[in-house]
Design a protein around this ligand. Sequence first.
Ligand code: 2P0
Length: 351
Amino acid sequence: MSVYQATASAPVNIACIKYWGKRDTKLILPTNSSLSVTLDQDHLRSTTTSRADPSFKTDRLWLNGKEEEIKDVGRLSTCIKEMKRLRREVEDKNPNEPKLSTYGVHIASKNNFPTAAGLASSASGFAALVSSLAALYKLPATPSELSLISRQGSGSACRSLFGGYVAWEMGSASDGSDSLAIEVAPQSHWPDIHALICVVSDDKKGTSSTSGMQRTVETSPLLQHRIKHVVPERMEAIKKAILARDFDSFARITMQDSNQFHAVCLDTDPPIFYMNDVSRTIIAIITEYNRVSVENGGKLKAAYTYDAGPNAVIYAPKENLKEIISLIIKYFPQADAFKDPFNLFGAQGVG
Ligand code: 2P0
């Protein structure tokens, strides 16, 4: 008897140009393009195993060992349906292929980092789910084609289909067919950039990204300025900086975009606050660290960025990491100020 099973894993990505706002909430089409760096270490990944069997009557999913409901019109069921549709195309072309698209599928996914650690688990989760189904169904799809489907699970998940430096091009088609992820550069192009993750709080966030960004779309005039007049130029400038391995420009744009993202959150009615006092202190430390470098004729040495939560991600060339870690520990000496699942800090290579 044949066993139809496949396992795939996908990493977390951290955006430098932030996705915040949808123009289509069902298809998950964004109001602006975004760009991220995919972390390459083993300890920030989701791993998913999918199995199809004629005896499975329904599709089922277990997340970290606990069964989750697959709602009929939800994002999970959309992704599974789309993957089965692509499988049917394979079966129609090759009549000898087993009809896996007609079987139920059982999916088990786990994160090797605490789901509540405030790190984006939906991005790696949906990317791993789509990758494991693509392997199970032997789809001849490229990562960009698969990103069209993981995008419908969670917007940021489309960027985790690639390693390295990745853009999510917003596209203009109303069916979403051109809203996909592309590789800007592989990790090997610029392996010197590392991401230092400072877990400021592992509490569950107060406002989910999904509901927060819709409130921003509905109420923030600043978001309209951002999507029309700021992000398009920033996307081009940061791609150029990455291709030229220009850390100074990369860092400047990354910090500006994090700041503007949090500004549009504040411009939302009612306002959304994701950073806390510790987050803001880390901004001050990095700002001062960069100021001293620039005043002495040097360049920017680190870039902070914050997502929909208080945790800091600091991008820096490898040679500066030790200095940055000692600076932060100097200001936050008590170990429990940082509940890091990886012994205080996780210094990550990217890619
Ligand atoms: C990003 N974030 O670009 C931005 C920065 C949070 C701040 O992508 O509704 O969890 O599932 O599409 O992907 C969070 O948004 O939201 C996010 P949905 P998602 O990484």
